[in-house]
Write a protein that binds this ligand. Structure first.
Ligand SMILES: [Zn+2]
Length: 283
């Protein structure tokens, strides 16, 4: 009987509720230039990136629903209007990265573009990944993307790389940026952590999840960015790099240029994946 009640509740709410695991998710963070026309406009713990072009802005990730006022304040502090944001992209369809999408779309009128395999989740507001956490306000998708598709605005072109596992449509974005006459390859890495409680073997929600992660690591190993960022600041050392960048004197190297940091990030994440995979396979 008790089981039936619990089950009924689970069905009624449809998802596991996950509280913000980290208070930094709701802490303000001064916007900062990453490189060229790319700015960090998220909270301390949840990334959002603004790419500024002569034809308007591209925003990657909207954080949680609660992140939107923080992002808006940062965008406006940079002297940019919300209505100038024309395109809204995502790393992956979890509540802490697309939770603000519906409100952001309403505020900006931007076109929402998402990888095919995360489209249903985004449009239904239901977490369809192996995690199955809480949902978000549904948002209509204006353009569905396939692996390798490009998104262009005002001379800036982003390429969508499918790096699945964390969600089925997890997308790593790459672009190029220019600063002080130099070109930089930039990667916005999708999350490649394995959420707590998610199994790689005999996963009934996403049977191919282990192969998905393997595909993601193959793709990430093939990228060679000069600058890399990710969907949580801790992954790419946001706090320390931003602090260095704010005190930078002319001619000093940009701390966000960190090709070795990118390789370490990929190798460490892959090791964590392989360790869990072997443990689950009983090897
Ligand atoms: Zn996630």
């Amino acid at each position: 009987m008790k089981c039936a009640i619990v089950l009924a509740l689970a069905v009624a709410f449809g998802a596991v509720q996950i509280a913000p695991s980290d208070p930094s998710w709701r802490q303000p963070f001064d916007p900062i230039r990453i490189v060229g026309n790319i700015y960090y406009v998220g909270t301390r713990g949840l990334s959002s990136f603004l790419l500024v072009t002569p034809a308007g802005g591209v925003l990657i990730d909207s954080g949680e629903a609660e992140s939107v006022p923080f992002i808006r304040a940062n965008v406006e502090r940079l002297g940019f209007r919300m209505s100038e944001i024309k395109i809204l992209l995502a790393g992956h369809a979890h509540f802490d990265h697309v939770g603000g999408h519906a409100e952001m779309k309403r505020l900006t009128g931007a076109g929402v573009m998402v990888m095919d395999a995360d489209r249903q989740a985004l449009e239904s507001g239901v977490d369809r990944s192996a995690l199955g956490a809480q949902g978000w306000s549904p948002v209509k998708v204006d353009r569905v993307l396939k692996d390798g598709d490009t998104v262009s605005l005002g001379g800036t072109t982003l390429t969508a790389h499918l790096t699945p596992g964390h969600t089925q449509g997890c997308t790593t974005w790459t672009t190029e940026a220019t600063q002080d006459g130099r070109r930089y390859r930039v990667a916005f890495a999708c999350s490649v952590t394995i959420n707590q409680g998610v199994h790689l073997v005999s996963n009934t929600r996403v049977p191919a999840i282990a192969e998905h992660y393997a595909q993601a690591f193959r793709v990430l190993h093939g990228l060679t960015p000069d600058v890399f960022v990710a969907e949580h600041g801790g992954v790419f050392g946001l706090d320390a790099k931003a602090e260095t960048a704010r005190d930078l004197e002319k001619g000093q190297p940009n701390p966000f240029v960190d090709p070795q940091g990118y390789r370490r990030f990929v190798e460490k994440a892959e090791q964590t994946y392989l360790t869990q995979l072997r443990a689950e396979q009983g090897k």
